[in-house]
Design a protein around this ligand. Structure first.
Ligand SMILES: Cc1ncc(COP(=O)(O)O)c(C=O)c1O
Length: 386
């Protein structure tokens, strides 16, 4: 089947032909999404045999690149022992230990299957712990697709211009005064500590510290959604990098090593409000799935300080993109903001370089992006502007 035929078939069977709206290419003026056939390292190959240098890397999880041999081996080995048990396993305890060791504010963690699920439950827990319903969040932030988070959200909601209902007092990112006006009586402030779903926007100096202070003064919990930043901007995420500790942390993407796994955690006191220890209900048939915990463990155990030094060095090389537009980067996440992003996207795709099909998303650096890949990308962008 050609890509066109495949897409026509997909359109007749799957709404919009894709299982997540961000995969659609309409926002960058293209008809068909990429139908992936395989990936290796920094490269993705589609069903037509076209090869792309991949800066999306499944939207962030693949810090060691596609089909990383150690991850694949770990998953295959786990699969031979059974793909799901619906009981407790040793690997989930080990993964919880890795997370607690890495993430400064997390003493206890629960594993779930998607960032959406983790964020949704973190909000439920914050509401139960404070006995308050309202919460504060930020315009252009994204915390998955649970109802309370959708209005004025980032990522695909923003790319598609969808007006969704939602809850929460929505204020501008980096605007502490707005938070101060909105926080009274709130259960929590829900924030991506480095915004990554309206393109990368770093926190202004003092912003995260200010959120911590305002939460402490008002009795609201501070929730960091580190689905993107966790294990990416530092092993311990943005809270390690900026030295500000939240009450609850939401994790996804890298923590699952490229399999469907996410998590949320916090102090033992807060987390023990969850059933069966406490009265806040949360559950999942596939939570702590053995293939996903094997992948997550394989990845997390290799995230040494050297990996972050390497990513930072690669990031500095990529900073040369700053000559072409506003380039925002925090560690291994970055966005180049340009006026005609769709044209740049198409220019690069024609040259076999795949950026996210929206400027609301980040470029994800990984250990498999070498100097050659970085330089090729910079040259191709330079070519676009020449
Ligand atoms: C910051 C953030 N939170 C939550 C989510 C939702 O995660 P998932 O897509 O696994 O449901 C995302 C997804 O991109 C995200 O970037």
């Amino acid at each position: 089947m050609t890509t066109t035929e495949l897409y026509a078939r997909a359109l007749s069977l799957i709404p919009g032909g894709v299982n997540s709206p961000v995969r659609a290419m309409k926002a960058v003026g293209l008809e068909t999404p990429i139908f992936a056939a395989r990936g290796e390292g920094a490269y993705l190959e589609d069903v037509a045999g076209r090869r792309y240098l991949d800066w999306v890397l499944s939207w962030g999880p693949l810090i060691f690149g596609h089909a990383d041999p150690e991850t694949v081996d770990a998953v295959v080995e786990a699969a031979r022992r059974g793909t799901t048990f619906g009981t407790a396993t040793e690997a989930e305890v080990e993964l919880a230990a890795e997370i607690v060791d890495a993430v400064p504010s997390v003493e206890m963690v629960r594993l779930v299957s998607s960032g959406t699920e983790a964020a949704m439950t973190a909000l439920r827990l914050a509401r139960a712990a404070t006995g308050r319903e309202p919460f504060v969040r930020f315009r252009g932030g994204y915390h998955g697709h649970a109802d309370p988070f959708l209005s004025e959200a980032g990522s695909g909601v923003r790319t598609l211009g969808i007006e969704a209902g939602g809850e929460g007092r929505v204020v501008d990112y980096n605007d502490l005064e707005a938070v101060e006006r909105a926080i009274e009586g709130a259960a929590c402030v829900f924030v991506e500590p480095v915004a990554g779903n309206m393109g990368v926007v770093p926190p202004a100096d003092g912003f995260l510290e200010g959120l911590r202070r305002l939460c402490d003064e008002s009795g609201a919990l501070l929730v960091f959604d580190e689905v993107i930043t966790g294990f990416r901007v530092a092993r311990g995420g943005a809270q390690e990098r900026y030295g500000v500790l939240p009450d609850l942390t939401v994790l996804g993407k890298i923590v699952g090593g490229g399999l469907p796994l996410a998590a949320f955690g916090g102090s033992a006191e807060l987390m023990e409000r969850l059933a069966p220890a406490g009265d806040v209900y949360q559950a999942g048939t596939l939570s702590g799935n053995p293939l996903a915990t094997a992948a997550g463990l394989s990845v997390l155990r290799r995230l040494t300080p050297e990996v972050y030094d390497e990513l930072e060095a690669k990031g500095r090389r990529l900073d040369a993109l700053g000559q072409f537009g506003r380039f925002e980067r925090v560690g291994a996440m970055a966005t180049l903001f340009v006026d005609d992003y769709p044209a740049l996207f198409r220019h690069l795709l024609e040259r076999g370089i795949y950026l996210a099909p929206s400027q609301n998303e980040a470029m994800f650096l990984s250990t498999v992006h070498g100097d050659e890949e970085i330089d090729r990308t910079i040259e191709a962008v330079a070519d676009f502007f020449s």
